[in-house]
Design a protein around this ligand. Structure first.
Ligand code: PMP
Length: 416
């Protein structure tokens, strides 16, 4: 603060910022995620990072991709380097329909909007549905990036519980009944049914119809976020919520985990009327998704064995999941519990009473292991005894060493 700017800092802002009195009120809730704040330390080579959820891209066929990108520029560079439609290129939208058919979805390519990763889909969906004060129901814990979008649009999040079979329908019903009683405007249920980030659990198939039915009964939309759906370790693919209730589910998909996260190509499949609004939202945000990247994804899908590549990813992540579960069994002190994912990237741990995972984190980093502490995955401050371990990126040997280090930090913590 200088003499020229005698303004009081609002919550979430530092008093060193001379623009303080100019920001929109909604920026007050925008704080750096705990995970981002950790990135710099966690990426030091001596630290085993079980914190970030970076896909392991080592198995991608880089040489043939490189040839292909060069061919794209040579053959259709004037299209690939040009603006395109906000909707996304038609060939890619057709291919996306084929991919979603694996989960039982029957969709028209016109109802798909290609996005800059599914993160942009989350932003757009929240933008078109949520006014300040509206409520989003989300599993507790939930995906940090989604919570960030909800906060950015000043929506309030009410969490509903999960068990090892995913979202518990009864808690959803109770939350909606309570919200109705309190006259809250609930806009949608945000859910990650498969290989949940961060919980590592999958919604039981028997629960799916019930959840859809409850949402219909209370007149709220379902936003199904499914970036990990094809990463089941036994090749299992679950029926999408969207496959049974196309008129009431907005589905978010992504190539980040099944191909390449840096290309930033994802999509939203929405009921027709909603699709119209999404295209307008996309236009005002980015004009159009990157044409070159869409063509890269589209050519990859039509010329490479992408299903074989996904199998390869599954095997890679399964090996790492086995390493982390074995290490947790071998090293963790009594009193800890954790989920046992059968796909995806994450294990969710609950520590013994009295352990604060956020406070413990600096000591863990000193011991050369990093994780994501639990509170970042809740909108309401819960999760201090929880943490997320990502096993997707380090080698199995490093994962084992990381868990061994974490166990000794925890033992020291419990002795305090
Ligand atoms: N949803 C979930 C549940 C995620 O885990 C992620 C990425 N970690 C995203 C959405 C965003 O993915 P992207 O923008 O890369 O498609």
């Amino acid at each position: 603060m200088t003499e020229n700017h005698p303004v009081k800092p609002r919550a979430g802002h530092t008093n060193l910022d001379p623009h303080l009195d100019r920001y929109a009120a909604r920026t007050a809730g925008m704080t750096a995620s705990e995970i981002r704040a950790l990135f710099a330390v966690a990426s030091r080579p001596e630290v085993v990072s079980l914190a970030g959820g970076m896909p392991n891209l080592a198995a991608l066929p880089l040489n043939s991709l490189s040839t292909q990108v060069s061919e794209i520029i040579t053959e259709e560079g004037l299209v690939a380097l040009q603006y395109g439609s906000a909707h996304g290129i038609p060939t890619l939208r057709d291919q996306i329909c084929e991919i979603m058919a694996l989960e039982g979805i029957s969709a028209h390519p016109d109802d798909i909007v290609v996005t800059v990763g599914s993160q942009m889909g989350l932003d757009m969906v929240t933008r078109i549905f949520c006014d300040p004060g509206d409520v989003v129901i989300a599993e507790g814990p939930s995906y940090v990036g989604a919570l960030g979008s909800f906060t950015a649009y000043q929506a309030k999040v009410i969490h509903v519980a999960m068990d090892e079979h995913g979202l518990v329908p009864e808690t959803l019903r109770e939350a909606l009944a309570q919200a109705k009683k309190n006259k809250l405007r609930v806009k949608f249920l945000y859910t990650i049914p498969n290989f949940h980030n961060p919980a590592g659990v999958t919604l039981a198939v028997e629960r799916r119809a019930e959840i859809l039915e409850i949402c219909r009964e209370y007149g709220i939309l379902v936003v199904e976020d499914n970036p990990y759906g094809l990463l089941g370790f036994n090749g299992q693919v679950y029926p999408a919520l969207r496959s049974t209730d196309p008129d009431n589910v907005v589905y978010l998909g992504s190539f980040s985990k099944t191909f390449a996260s840096g290309l930033r190509v994802g999509w939203v499949l929405a009921p027709h009327a909603v699709r119209e609004k999404l295209v307008l939202a996309a236009e005002s945000a980015t004009l159009c998704p990157p044409t070159l990247n869409q063509i890269i994804v589209s050519r990859y899908l039509s010329t490479h064995d992408w299903k074989g590549q996904i199998k390869n990813f599954q095997e890679n992540y399964r090996e790492r999941r086995d390493a982390i579960l074995n290490a947790l069994d071998n090293y963790m002190p009594p009193g800890c519990s954790w989920t046992k994912p059968d796909g995806g990237f994450y294990v969710w741990m609950t520590m013994p009473e009295g352990v604060d995972t956020k406070a413990m984190l600096p000591r863990a980093v000193t011991a050369r292991v990093a994780y994501a502490s639990g509170t970042g995955f809740y909108a309401d401050g819960f999760g201090s005894r929880q943490l997320r371990l990502s096993y997707c990126y380090p080698t199995p040997e490093r994962i084992t060493e990381g868990v061994r280090r974490l166990a000794s930090v925890l033992e020291a913590e419990m002795d305090l």
